[in-house]
Design a protein around this ligand. Structure first.
Ligand code: FEO
Length: 404
């Protein structure tokens, strides 16, 4: 039985949170041993309740049962769909079924099509406009389009009375925090890497929109006292902290001295060259974060991306496999280009036996990206003395590129 939290966030606004420790691969792609929460919110008013988002479909029955703890289902007047990805809309069909389709669904115009496409239902639906305000039972809601975080349908709701901004995926994170709120510094520090992972893996492809939408929200001159996302912690002690963190992620702000090192090593041969890189970087005062694909470990691609977004530079060991790049490293590069795509210097170490990859093949992996390849060092087998010197020269170029 998953853990469920029901709590009053402020006034008549409640959170319904479920801790999902069953989903092993979020979006069937990202390994999440840390789990993920789904947060739904309910606003009680004198004219009925407003429900904001739901939970993943596997928890539909539990969702309805939990919602009943807060409100008589006959009193649900509106259901706001901030974003139709099924981790949030999955329990919507069940909720509509048990409420006799009485509530009106509010959302972006695109949400109507997606609800119909995903679930084959046509609920009573009203599209909201960007910056439209409605008053329900004396409480004022302002809808704000925040497109591409990370779908075109994404909207947020600002509950004016409480200064609460409900943002769905935006400002969310993976993990099952021990607290509902950002009250505990230790929990917040534990949670931050999972925010970075969530933001890059899920929203990263459109990360410029993180910056644009934060600037849009700031330009509205609204007083954001609470940031209430649909995953992870609710920020009511220091909402600025999560807004700033997302801004830094959106702008791929580097952490000083951090270098990401990724490589495969089937038999430990490429690893010898990568050890030279790591020792050289550490000797120069850099902190290396290493993700490997070997016969004993397989890096989590989601974690690789999370460590890329704030790295100052990246080193990638690409070994040759069937006269092509090692498949998992090639996939990592493909995802780096798709989700991180930042102006960061990259050093390539290319280890080969009988089938050396051409520089054009390697460069083509980064075509149309903003990454800058500063050097490609090709090494046949284990590094000889001359190879070690070439690797050190490559590191020198990388370091110079960072410090330019
Ligand atoms: Fe958490 Fe894009 O759904």
């Amino acid at each position: 039985m998953p853990r469920v939290y029901v709590d009053k966030v402020v006034g008549d606004l409640y959170i319904l949170r479920v801790d999902d420790d069953e989903t092993r691969y979020f979006e069937a792609l990202w390994s999440i041993p840390e789990g993920v929460t789904y947060n739904s919110y309910v606003l009680l008013t004198s004219e009925g309740a407003v429900v904001f988002d739901t939970w993943k479909h596997i928890y539909a029955d539990l969702y309805v049962e939990t919602l009943r703890r807060v409100v008589d289902l006959r009193d649900v007047k509106y259901i706001v769909v901030h974003h139709t990805e099924p981790d949030h809309s999955g329990s919507l069909p069940k909720l509509l079924e048990v409420t006799g389709n009485a509530p009106t669904v509010l959302g972006h115009p695109i949400a109507k099509q997606l609800i119909s496409a995903f679930y084959g239902i046509e609920p009573r639906f009203r599209a909201v406009k960007d910056l439209e305000e409605i008053v329900v039972g004396g409480k004022k809601l302002k809808f704000i389009y925040i497109p591409w975080l990370h779908w075109p349908d994404t909207i947020a709701t600002y509950i004016v009375d409480y200064g609460a901004l409900l943002t769905c995926d935006a400002f969310g994170g993976f993990g099952l925090p021990k607290t509902i709120y950002d009250d505990d510094d230790a929990v917040v520090e534990w949670y931050k890497p999972f925010v970075r992972k969530y933001a890059v893996d899920i929203v990263g492809r459109y990360r410029e929109y993180i910056v644009k939408n934060i600037e849009k929200i700031m330009s509205l001159n609204i007083d954001v006292k609470i940031v209430a996302p649909a995953h992870g912690l609710v920020w009511r002690r220091n909402p600025k902290q999560i807004i700033d963190l997302y801004y830094d992620i959106g702008s791929a702000k580097p952490s000083e001295g951090k270098v990401l090192v990724i490589y495969s090593s089937m038999y430990g041969i490429q690893e010898k060259s990568m050890n030279v890189v790591v020792e050289e970087l550490r000797a120069r005062g850099f902190k290396t974060v290493i993700h490997r694909f070997t016969d004993r470990e397989q890096a989590s691609l989601g974690d690789v991306l999370a460590d890329a977004i704030d790295a100052e530079a990246i080193v990638i060991g690409i070994s040759t496999y069937d006269a092509a790049p090692f498949p998992l490293v090639e996939l990592a590069i493909k995802l780096l280009v798709a989700k991180v795509n930042a102006e960061k210097p990259v050093l390539i170490i290319n280890t080969f036996g009988w089938g050396k990859l051409s520089e054009d093949t390697i460069k083509s992996l980064f075509s149309s990206s903003r990454f800058r390849i500063v050097d490609i060092v090709s090494v046949r087998g284990a590094p000889q003395r001359s190879d070690v010197e070439r690797i050190k020269q490559g590191v020198e170029k990388l370091v110079n590129s960072i410090r330019k």
